[in-house]
Write a protein that binds this ligand. Structure first.
Ligand code: PHE
Length: 344
């Protein structure tokens, strides 16, 4: 009898239930009406008076031990506290996990895309490594144009020594590809990364991001260009943002213009973002030069079009006042975290 009690005591001490079912099985096994303790008491009745004296006490103690253990485990489970097998306190709050955030350039790019999509523009993409034709020649760049110069363009020298391959300097190359491969009307925007051979500083970088746009159809006029871009600016920077167009020059558009908006920071009063002029330039634009249409196999007598191009970094600066371009490519989480957003 003593042996049995010792064995049961050890088992009880070691017992640790994973769940309420196991604890209930424990109760039935030891404390139930047909349980082991009941059996021991039955056995106790059959032993001699000498043993009764010894075991009476031992047996009662054992019963109390089993009951106490049961009560303790039950309480532990009921309160949801420690389950001893896992060694975990299930009442503690869980560990939080870090969510990433959208890069500010992606946020602004998506916003620009959304605005133009609502106007019926589709998104077009093309390669970052381009040939001379798509990046320059088809776009009416004269052979000796300074933009082809090593100063601005990263040329890629091929094995045979020729270097008519380059990192694209603008996404106008995607416009050429689109026009070559399709038929008007075209109404598309081209977001993407572009490269220019510039020393890296707060104000310049060897790569940046653009959204260019192209609209070619019958009877497209400069008035369409102005209205489209005016609407875009109202959507992006808010109603009441003023625009103005200044004559400019691009080889691929004629006439060409640069568009300024009233400074988003000081609302035109003058601040150091707009160099106290009240205006900031945000994009280049113009009517697609007929030579470009013809280079791409489009009848320039029948079709006209407009094009525009903007730098996403610049648009972002005017929204978030970021004064150093390098922040965009350093991926410092302290910078990126500030743009935490629900937009997925
Ligand atoms: N491609 C020009 C640039 O990269 C921008 C532009 C596009 C200007 C279309 C006019 C028309 O600077």
């Amino acid at each position: 009898m003593q042996e049995k009690i010792d064995q049961y005591t050890a088992d009880i001490q070691a017992f640790s239930p994973a769940n309420a079912d196991e604890l209930e099985a424990f109760r039935i096994k030891y404390l139930g009406t047909k349980g082991l303790i009941k059996d021991l008491f039955e056995e106790f009745k059959t032993v001699g008076p000498e043993e009764k004296r010894v075991f009476g006490k031992v047996l009662n103690q054992f019963k109390q031990t089993a009951e106490a253990k049961y009560a303790e485990l039950k309480e532990g489970l009921d309160s949801g506290a420690k389950t001893q097998d896992l060694g975990l306190d299930l009442t503690l709050p869980g560990d939080g996990f870090e969510v990433g955030s959208r890069h500010p350039l992606s946020l602004v790019r998506n916003e620009i895309i959304d605005i133009f999509k609502r106007l019926g523009f589709v998104v077009a993409e093309g390669p970052e490594i381009e040939d001379d034709w798509h990046n320059f020649s088809a776009l009416n760049f004269p052979q000796e144009h300074p933009a082809r110069d090593m100063q601005d363009t990263f040329f890629i020298r091929k094995g045979d020594g020729s270097d008519d391959i380059a990192l694209r300097t603008h996404t106008s190359s995607v416009q050429v590809r689109m026009m070559e491969n399709g038929r008007p009307p075209f109404r598309a925007i081209m977001p993407g990364r572009v490269y220019r051979n510039e020393a890296i500083s707060a104000r310049a970088h060897c790569f940046f991001h653009q959204v260019e746009g192209l609209y070619v159809d019958e009877n497209v006029s400069f008035a369409d260009l102005k209205q489209t871009l005016f609407h875009f600016v109202q959507e992006l920077y808010g109603e009441g943002t003023k625009v103005r167009f200044r004559p400019s020059y691009f080889p691929f558009t004629e006439p060409s213009a640069e568009m300024d908006i009233s400074c988003t920071i000081c609302k035109g009063d003058g601040c150091n973002m707009c160099k106290y002029t009240g205006w900031v330039e945000i994009l280049g634009c113009g009517m697609v030069d007929p030579n470009v249409l013809e280079n791409c196999g489009i009848d320039s007598k029948k079709y006209t079009g407009f094009a525009f191009g903007m730098g996403i970094e610049r648009i972002t600066n005017l929204k978030y006042v970021i004064r150093d371009l390098r922040l965009f490519s350093e991926n410092d989480v302290r910078f990126l975290k500030q743009f935490q957003t629900d937009i997925i």
